[in-house]
Write a protein that binds this ligand. Sequence first.
Ligand code: FE2
Length: 477
Amino acid sequence: MSEKVLIVDDNPGIRDTLSDLIQMLGYRAFTAEDGLSAISKFDSEPYLCVFTDIMMPNMTGLELIKEIKARDVSTPVVVITGYASIEIAIDAMKYGASDFISKPFRVKQIEYILNKVKRERALLEENKKFSDEIAWHRVVDDLAGQLEKRVQEITTLQAISEKVTTLKGIKDLVSAMIDVATDIVDSGRISFFPLDRHTQMFIDPEGGDGLALAHDLLMEGVVRNKVLSTLGDTDYESTFPLIIEGQIFGALKMITSKRIDSDEEGKIVYLLQRVAERMENVVLYEGLYENILSTLNTMAKILDARDPHTSQHSTRVTSLSIGIAKAFNTSEDDIDILRIAASLHDIGKVGIPDKILLKPGKLTSDEIEIIKRHPDIGADILSSIVPMKKAVKIIRHHHEHYNGKGYPKGLKGDNIPLLSRMIAVADAFDAMTSDRPYRKALSFDAAIHEVEKGKGSQFDPEIADIFIHKVARPKEW
Ligand SMILES: [Fe+2]
């Protein structure tokens, strides 16, 4: 039987994502939407470890850690946290949390944490078997040693996270990464090589020779070589990839006098993951992103202006979608993605000829097929722009129907991205309440009735209900 992991979070999206990842790693994942239900699950059967959110209704994550530790001190608790709440995560460690993870969740990071947790538990359980006093003393000594190591490890991880999350620009981040990596291996010559996408070579910022992109790096692995030092001794060269959103961004090359051990390697990998998350944020929220977003928004406005009947449509769909997302307790990060995806959801219509898009009469079936290409066209436009990556899938699937009868892929139910299901409701409602060349707008009540009728067929029933009761008619709730 595979081991069980309990995930506690009030956000269903986070619960699902984490369960999927944990199950992919061969564990059985169980979920609870708050601390109280987590405790009742925990009381009825043991778990290998518990992942918990901090901000939850009824009982906070910190209170939950206390309750779990009071029941079984050996059950490790891992805290789920956003970028902004690293301080809370550190507080949680004081309450006995073993580690923390933040979004975007990565399989490697979860695997690393679960392996560590298993090693620690195995040690504790083995220790339970000893009964005589001498063995007990040995165990205590052993545990004390392990604990000390663990405290050191936690401190390093905390230091890495703190250092990485408080920094601003890419340059600071790279120099902090080199500092922390130097600390981890005690000493060594460490440099960071960004990847030149055109030549597929890593560029030496000091002007020296570049590095070729090795197969192992592409596979997210480490490249190891022995090299001759200037003194004639053997040095060890290890190159780690820095991967952002599945793409190689650069390489960290470390030349050390001794071979990097697995503990150090784990820390370097963790450091690179944190740096990648932070860089993604930097790229997303600074400079480049703003430019691209304003260009795309201009495109969306041109599109709206092209068809007077749909002017302001994207703006209204965006605010309705965000209303749904907030009522759904969607994370801030996802709301940021939704804002982009909703405001650009019909951007692909730039690729549809005027004579079809603006045709006043009924469309032929061939013309309808051409219009149906707009989600794919829009997704393809955005897919080449790295900071827009997360919006691509959402845009591609905004015309899918819950029953699988939508387009372009005919995805069904939960296979349709959650944010696309939100846009689908907002988009349909706004279209129904706007005048079109071939029909008058429906009244508010009639449109609500249509959404109600489409529950389970066109729309995700839960999202449709939230839209009707919390967004369209919030006062009645
Ligand atoms: Fe559309």
